[in-house]
Write a protein that binds this ligand. Structure first.
Ligand code: C2E
Ligand code: CA
Ligand code: CA
Ligand code: CA
Length: 279
């Protein structure tokens, strides 16, 4: 069949219509979904390189839609951001993650740290620090076992205000991590001013490890820089042993990725921890 410019225009327009449709359907269902708690958290293990022990978990939300099944966060977090529903949803995530951490602890496994992602609108919320403090107290989670993952663009939107907010969190005693590191615009000068403890190297860099020498040089330099700034470095999206070995050689401290485990429901995570952390 001939593909004319005209036809292509139509294809494009049809796709657009479908996207808008999906957008409206999901967006409309989101409020109800929050009321009915149609969400679950999955947890991906964070592994320490030196002994391959599970030292943490990242909480990742999924929407269990009554008709559409499991919907990934990339599909509804942007909608939740636009509508402001991210604020109640984000609070739910923090509370659920803290309760889960408490449950694991009560079942007797070694203590690990729980990390939660924040979105930009959530980060701008005026009483965010107070909310986090309240949830930690309510759930009885010690702040040193709680971490927030923030992106560079979130921090750079209003750098001075971000610094103040981060200090607020540090006063509570929790730790702060820069997520997707290397994909944003943060300057090295600012990196020094932000009171953060962890850099998480974005998956796109890990993906190319061993395949592109420029990429490897960037990862190596990032790890060296982080270490000289006394930051912990974690690599996300580690899928192969050879990626793991390269990161080990560069001095990376923690990894996360399918090589060890996909994100797991709370029960499976507990099983994973019990099977891994055996003496
Ligand atoms: P992220 O924070 O960069 O999370 C890492 C994503 O990579 C997760 O996708 C995870 O399942 C996936 N992943 C982990 N290991 C591997 C691997 O080895 N290979 C590959 N190909 N992928 C891997 P997920 O769960 O779909 O989450 C996507 C994004 O949605 C997250 O990216 C985060 O930005 C956002 N998100 C997830 N949960 C929340 C939440 O509770 N609140 C907010 N604000 N955002 C969330
Ligand atoms: Ca993250
Ligand atoms: Ca990422
Ligand atoms: Ca992200």
């Amino acid at each position: 069949a001939k593909s004319t410019g005209h036809n292509m225009y139509f294809v494009y327009e049809n796709n657009m219509a479908e996207n808008i449709d999906a957008h409206l359907t999901l967006g409309g269902g989101l409020r109800k979904a929050i009321e009915e708690e149609q969400f679950v958290l999955h947890y991906q293990p964070k592994i320490r390189l030196c002994d391959e022990e599970v030292v943490g978990a990242e909480a990742l939300i999924r929407w269990v839609h009554p008709e559409l099944g499991m919907i990934s966060p990339d599909q509804f977090i942007p909608l939740a951001e636009e509508s402001g529903l991210i604020l109640p949803l984000g609070e739910w995530v923090i509370r659920r993650a803290c309760r889960q951490l408490k449950e694991w602890r009560e079942s007797g496994v070694a203590p690990i740290k729980m990390s939660v992602n924040l979105s930009s609108r959530q980060f701008m919320q005026a009483d965010l620090v107070d909310m986090v403090e309240r949830v930690l107290q309510e759930t009885g989670v010690e702040p040193e076992y709680f971490e927030l993952e923030l992106t560079e663009s979130m921090l750079m939107a209003d750098a001075q205000q971000s610094i103040d907010k981060l200090h607020g969190f540090r006063k509570l005693g929790l730790t702060l991590s820069i997520d997707d590191f290397g994909t944003g615009y943060s300057s090295l000068a600012y990196l020094k001013k932000f009171p953060i403890q962890t850099l998480k190297i974005d998956r796109s860099f890990i993906n190319d490890l061993g395949l592109d020498s420029d990429n490897d040089a960037i990862v190596k330099a990032t790890i060296a820089m982080a270490k000289s700034l006394n930051l912990k470095v974690i690599a996300e999206g580690v899928e192969t042993r050879s990626q793991f070995d390269l990161l080990d050689g560069y001095g990376c401290q923690e990894v996360q990725g399918y090589l060890f485990s996909k994100p797991l429901c709370g029960e499976d995570f507990l099983r994973y921890m019990s099977s891994q952390n055996v003496v």
